[in-house]
Design a protein around this ligand. Structure first.
Ligand SMILES: Cc1cc2nc3c(=O)[nH]c(=O)nc-3n(C[C@H](O)[C@H](O)[C@H](O)COP(=O)(O)OP(=O)(O)OC[C@H]3O[C@@H](n4cnc5c(N)ncnc54)[C@H](O)[C@@H]3O)c2cc1C
Length: 543
């Protein structure tokens, strides 16, 4: 990307609050979240239309929870295939089966990995964006950008080849691993490339695989992952290219078939609809924000596909930023709230890079010892995991991304200490089914609270006399009545009585403690949420 020296373009002030560069999964999620929160959003992509490559395949439980809030989960579930477990094979024998649904049963309404291609995810989000009255401007490329005190000046190439200046207060770089927004912001993408070349192939075939489940084949020199896809006998194969094939130009799927037969047993391959190879990097942008420009998704972090985390992490970057940006754009919060975006998401990316790097090195190392570890020890460890509920639950929380926490964020505060086993500030508030009225029905908490407001959950204490926080319409309060059903649910989640939880729009606990204090909550809203002067004035005004 060139940052300067373009011929003077005709300056047109676009009526947009946020310019989103890139309509991959991350950009589409951000645009959806902003538009439904009433933020004027312009989303562009240099491609001529939606991608038809499957690429990422695994949709994690936390993403499905977000899809549910967005109103697209039913469509995703209808199109996808539920992966309820994984099987580990070593030297041709099935060594272990790890069930996903048992471990996640009480954690989330979606205790499985949904196998749904990235192209389908993008299509569903694109359709929903259109239903919200907005759409992607395809064939439109960001050429350069410069930041000013109160806006960003972006030069775009339009479909007819002409250039246009767009002034936007905020720019979101969802423009992938080679992000021009990152380059123009002079943010280093620290990390390196692995020597290995990965391949992916979408095939129709039969073999020893357990249907509808992930099958992992470990062997002396590496691994193959086989994901079930929509349709009978449709499988995604992912693995490392044999070194001899690495530098071959125009490599075709046929070239990897012999190694597949050797390592994954007798396969009967009928066809291959997509084959691609790519070199994997592990890199992270050193900052996720430069003044008015943000980096999200692959623009901010890339890593090995082990664990099916890439697309999901980008979607959650977008979910984290959207409500904050909406509050700032609408004048409800000061821009200082936006500092929490990178404060929260950099540690997530860092942990992801470290975790996937360690796992990747174990599964790709070609030393004799690593081969022995993979085929003898790893498979046995996996078999032991099957028998440990606690390990399974930890693994589910990690992989499903329901365990992501922001304990060190300046938005995470506790009034007084809750027992260690209770949900803490910065945690995703647990999924519960509660009675919200003494004689009312049992309701799904996530559905009840939605994701466009803050929610204050009061347990074992009376309702607030008035708007005790100053969030006005942005706050809903729920007093959880004493009831045997509620006692069991709260007990299961180790939520003490009395206690209170202020849940952020994205479902994480902002403030919590034993007894709610309006003074403390007001200070939290001013100092941590950085409520704007307008919001503070409106709460001070007599009602
Ligand atoms: C072959 C392959 C297989 C993969 N398999 C997996 C997998 O199995 N599991 C997994 O988790 N991940 C996988 N990934 C990674 C996954 O696809 C990414 O993590 C995901 O696409 C990131 O989404 P994103 O929206 O952040 O970026 P992208 O999907 O890269 O989207 C960026 C968008 O920005 C647009 N853009 C870029 N520059 C500009 C510009 N200057 N102006 C306008 N538009 C611009 C691009 O056209 C693109 O549409 C795979 C990737 C590849 C390449």
């Amino acid at each position: 990307m060139v940052a300067e020296n373009w011929p003077a373009a005709q300056e047109v002030r676009m009526d947009t609050d946020v310019l989103v560069i890139g309509a991959g999964p991350t950009g589409l999620m951000l645009a959806n979240q902003l538009v439904r929160r009433g933020v004027r959003t312009l989303i562009i992509d240099r491609h001529i239309g939606p991608s038809i490559e499957t690429r990422a395949l695994g949709v994690q439980a936390r993403t499905l929870e977000i899809y549910s809030q967005l109103g697209i989960v039913d469509r995703a579930l209808e199109l996808g295939k539920r992966g309820t477990g994984g099987n580990i094979w070593a030297n041709g024998r099935r060594r272990a089966r790890v069930g996903l649904s048992d471990a996640g049963q009480k954690v989330t309404p979606y205790p499985f990995l949904l196998i749904l291609g990235q192209d389908d995810n993008e299509r569903i989000m694109g359709d929903h964006l259109r239903a919200l009255g907005s759409s992607v401007q395809w064939n439109t490329e960001l050429i350069s950008l410069t930041q000013q005190a109160d806006s960003v000046n972006a030069v775009l190439r339009l479909p007819d080849g002409s250039r246009r200046n767009v002034l936007a207060p905020w720019v979101a770089g969802c423009d992938g691993a080679r992000s021009g927004v990152r380059e123009a912001s002079a943010i280093t993408f620290a990390g390196a490339a692995y020597e290995h070349v990965f391949f992916v192939a979408d095939t129709e075939m039969t073999g020893s695989m357990v249907p509808d489940e992930l099958n992992v084949y470990l062997f002396q020199d590496g691994f193959h992952l086989l994901f079930p896809m929509r349709g009978k006998d449709h499988w995604r194969i992912a693995g490392i290219l044999p070194p001899a094939l690495r530098d071959q130009p125009d490599l075709k799927f046929d070239a990897v078939i012999p190694s597949l037969h050797t390592e994954a047993g007798a396969l009967s391959i009928r066809s291959c609809s997509w084959f691609s190879t790519y070199r994997i990097h592990h890199r992270r942008a050193v900052r996720f924000r430069d003044r008015r420009c943000f980096l999200l998704g692959d623009a901010a972090h890339i890593h090995s596909p082990v664990g099916a985390q890439g697309m999901n992490t980008g979607l959650q970057d977008a979910y984290n930023l959207a409500w904050k940006l909406a509050m700032v754009v609408k004048g409800q919060a000061e821009p200082a709230l936006l500092d929490s975006y990178e404060q929260e998401r950099i540690p997530v990316a860092e942990a992801l890079l470290n975790g996937t790097d360690r796992a990747f090195r174990v599964v790709v190392s070609t030393t004799w010892l690593a081969g022995l570890f993979r085929t003898q020890i790893l498979a046995r460890v996996a078999a032991m995991v099957v028998n440990s509920n606690a390990v399974q639950k930890r693994a589910f929380r990690l992989i499903s991304q329901t365990g992501i926490r922001y304990p060190k964020s300046f938005l995470s505060k506790s009034l007084d200490s809750l027992p260690e086993s209770a949900p803490q500030s910065g945690d995703r508030f647990p999924w519960l089914r509660l009675k919200f009225a003494a004689n009312g029905p049992i309701e799904d908490l996530f559905q009840k609270i939605g994701d466009t407001r803050f929610n204050l959950i009061l347990i074992g204490q009376p309702p607030l006399a008035e708007d005790g926080i100053g969030l006005g319409d942005l706050l809903r309060t729920h007093v959880i009545p004493s009831d045997p059903v509620n006692d069991v649910e709260l007990g299961r989640a180790q939520i003490p009585n009395p206690s209170f939880y202020l849940i952020r729009p994205d479902g994480y606990v902002g403030l919590c403690g034993r007894r709610f204090s309006a003074d403390y909550a007001r200070a939290y809203a001013s100092q941590s949420l950085h409520l704007s002067a307008t919001m503070r004035a409106s709460r001070a005004a007599p009602s």
